[in-house]
Design a protein around this ligand. Structure first.
Ligand code: BDR
Ligand code: CA
Length: 339
């Protein structure tokens, strides 16, 4: 099985990424490390513990990491992910405790004990990884692969006109990470899932309905915007019920942004890529992060043509088949929820 560290700011789409990994037999989630982003880090940890318990997987270590970005003040986005970060879902309070190990210790101990084996998947701001790199500069060479959801290249931002959320929350951390990974050989370059591709991963009510069906559940009541408003899901399957309550909030948010009654599933896509990179076509580039711009701080810039004279430090996903991705989500998460 593929050992994996999941670093998250859970988060509605982080939640589905977690469920996808739990549902994937080839994945061994070694630990979940929590960072501040969508909601404060402690709430992120509680959300992860709650999902794990709901799924009967309370053995997975959940570790708290950075509660603030490396330099700039923290911003959170409850309007996007709900007051607790899981939309309209109300998960039972978890009984398992947050791990005594700090997230940076988890990253470092894990890669040192299993050199060349572990995949790191970051679907939140890069703060924890940046801090771990300061303590363990050889970390990039100890990982099997790093997959990041973050950035916007030939595409507008979702936080400012040029910045994507995970990078905008902690641009200094992102810069530390991209710089540090410039030492890895070409076959171990970080794989970047940026808005250019993740905004093509549109989850719609019919996907939730298909998930409910695959789980053997009664329908998840997320049929149309008007029907859905104010309703709690009555799905008979608890995982599907909570998931649809979470995702409905995300769909309402996207609708209120004039993007349609759908939800961009950035993080689950990155999770799928982490397990199977062949789901995406990639292009090598040298990536850097703008830190000085008065309008563009946090922008990810890709040099596709070697103009900077620096070796590529990233493989950016430029194309994928969203339908194939949703087939896998429905099949895996549906079956997992049914069991
Ligand atoms: C990213 O920002 C967060 O709100 C999502 O969870 C995702 O990781 C998309 O820009
Ligand atoms: Ca996230």
């Amino acid at each position: 099985r593929i050992p994996l560290i999941l670093d998250v700011d859970t988060g509605i789409d982080d939640s589905l990424a977690l469920l996808y990994l739990l549902a994937s037999p080839e994945a061994e989630i070694v630990a979940i490390t929590c960072t501040a982003g969508n909601v404060p880090a402690r709430q992120v940890a509680i959300n992860n513990l709650a999902w794990l318990e709901l799924c009967g997987r309370e053995g997975v270590e959940v570790s708290l990491g950075a509660e603030i970005p490396v330099i700039q003040p923290l911003m959170t986005t409850e309007e996007t992910h709900g007051p607790q970060g899981i939309g309209h879902a109300e998960l039972p309070a978890p009984s398992q405790e947050i791990s005594a190990r700090h997230a940076t210790a988890v990253w470092i101990d894990t890669v040192r004990s299993r050199p060349g084996e572990v995949i790191g998947l970051v679907t939140g701001p890069l703060t924890n990884l940046a801090l771990a790199l300061k303590l363990c500069p050889e970390l990039p060479l100890l990982l099997k692969r790093l997959v990041i959801m973050g950035g916007a290249f030939n595409y507008p931002g979702n936080t400012t006109p040029t910045t994507e959320w995970n990078i905008a929350v902690d641009p200094d951390a992102a810069k530390i990470v991209f710089d540090a990974f410039s030492v890895v050989p070409a076959d171990r370059r970080p794989v970047i899932c940026a808005l250019d591709v993740t905004e093509r991963i549109e989850m719609k009510p019919e996907h939730i309905a298909a998930l409910a069906e695959a789980a053997g559940s009664t329908p998840a009541e997320i049929i149309s915007p008007d029907d859905a408003l104010g309703l709690r899901s009555t799905a008979s399957n608890t995982v599907i019920r909570h998931l649809s309550d979470a995702v409905r909030f995300y769909m309402e948010f996207h609708r209120d942004q004039d993007q349609g009654f759908l939800a961009h599933m950035h993080d689950p896509f990155a999770a799928a890529i982490a397990l199977d990179p062949s789901l995406g076509t990639t292009r090598a580039a040298t990536v850097d992060v703008e830190l000085a711009g008065t309008l563009t701080r946090g922008q990810t810039v890709a040099d596709w043509r070697g103009m900077w004279g620096r070796e590529p430090n990233a493989d950016i996903v430029v194309d994928t088949d969203p339908a194939e991705f949703f087939r896998m989500v429905i099949d895996r998460v549906g079956r997992f929820a049914r069991e």
